[in-house]
Design a protein around this ligand. Structure first.
Ligand code: IPM
Ligand code: MN
Length: 355
């Protein structure tokens, strides 16, 4: 009997529901030709629910989501909710509670997509960022002292555990080996300033590499230099492994060079548990409900979701659909400039993916 995957769906705020609809449309189309079955369970977590009930997610959410095979998330962020509440209450909460310790963010420029980098094409922009996703500056450990006074002190601790760093680094080595491109893993850190935290990263990186991944070439780049090379010579990168905060920053830069937020996707992975896939752009409130937002990032997150479930052929179909719609149809990847509506883009990708 074929397995029926349980996909928990959190459409979320703003344009989240619109793009998730298109992603599900494409997943549904390829499920028919690839012969897998799935059911979806919808969760209404987001700004609207928070304003109605005062809670971002119910207490039971985490335990329920643990029973799903995977999670498909649209976007979190509402203009009427104070910044931080929904991010901490939903997105970060799930990353931490489900121990999704990897944030996997491919940076791949497809043919016919505009990049602001002059003289760079798809042959130059194709690398993957492995961002640590449950530690670093994101743990919420800090506080105020004498808040609001001239003597105010604020702290925010960057916590790194050997275990957390090492499992991320091991994942990155394995991924580099499997990707089998240049077999090069670059550690992006700031060892010249963060002489404790990133010394730990540096030691773990080289120890693990020397002992268990002699076939993988090791490179190091400070985070500021990484930004420079991403713009000047993105072709130098194969896989980059980095801490939570730096990964957050460099993947926005990555999204821009691969064609913008309309196309950048990512996965919050717990390789031993339940993972969660999302377009990495936000909820784009100003485009909500207009049918003009680009669904390709969400569709591409759907591709990553299927890949992780082991449905690699179906995932490859989705990528083929994305490449074709970019080649044949879209005028631009920006909201309102595609030449097609959100749902027309979904239809087109679904069609191409099933060819
Ligand atoms: C991202 C986002 C989140 C992050 C925010 C919304 C908390 O920017 O997924 O990159 O900082 O991780
Ligand atoms: Mn970010």
């Amino acid at each position: 009997m074929t397995k029926t995957y349980k996909i928990a769906v959190i459409p979320g705020d703003g344009t989240g529901p619109e793009v998730i609809n298109e992603g599900l449309k494409v997943i549904n189309a390829v499920s028919k030709v690839s012969g897998f079955k799935y059911e979806t369970i919808n969760y209404d977590f987001g700004g609207e629910r928070y304003m109605k009930t005062g809670e971002a997610m119910p207490e039971s959410a985490v335990e329920e989501l643990k029973k799903a095979d995977t999670i498909y998330l649209g976007a979190i962020g509402h203009p009427d909710v104070k910044p931080g509440i929904l991010e901490h209450g939903i997105l970060l909460k799930l990353r931490f509670a489900l121990d999704q310790y990897i944030n996997l963010r491919p940076v791949k420029l497809y043919p016919n997509v505009y990049t602001p980098l002059r003289d760079k094409g798809p042959e130059h922009i194709d690398f993957v960022v492995v961002r640590e996703n449950t530690e670093g500056l994101y743990i919420g450990n800090g506080g105020f002292f004498k808040k609001g006074t001239p003597d105010e002190v604020a702290t925010q601790i960057m916590l790194n555990t050997r275990k957390g760093v090492e499992r991320c680094i091991r994942y990155a080595y394995e991924y580099t080996r499997k990707r089998n491109k240049n077999k090069t893993l670059t550690l992006c850190a700031k060892t010249n300033v963060l002489t404790y935290a990133h010394d730990l990263w540096d030691r773990a990186f080289h120890e693990v590499g020397k002992a268990d991944y002699p076939d993988i070439k090791r490179e190091y780049a400070h985070v500021d230099a990484t930004c420079m090379w991403m713009v000047k010579n993105p072709e130098w990168f194969d896989v980059i492994v980095t801490c939570n905060m730096f990964g957050d920053i460099i993947t926005d830069l990555g999204a821009m060079i691969q064609g913008g937020m309309g196309i950048a996707a990512g996965g919050n992975l717990n390789p031993e548990g339940v993972s969660m896939f999302e377009p990495i752009g936000g909820s784009a409130p100003k485009y909500t409900g207009q049918g003009v937002i680009n669904p390709l990032a969400a569709i591409s997150a759907g591709q990553m979701l299927l890949e992780e479930l082991g449905e690699t052929k179906a995932a490859a179909r989705i990528e083929k659909g994305i490449i074709k719609v970019l080649q044949n149809n879209l005028k631009s990847c920006s909201a309102g400039k595609m030449g097609y509506s959100t749902s027309q883009v979904g239809d087109l990708v679904a069609g191409y993916a099933c060819e």
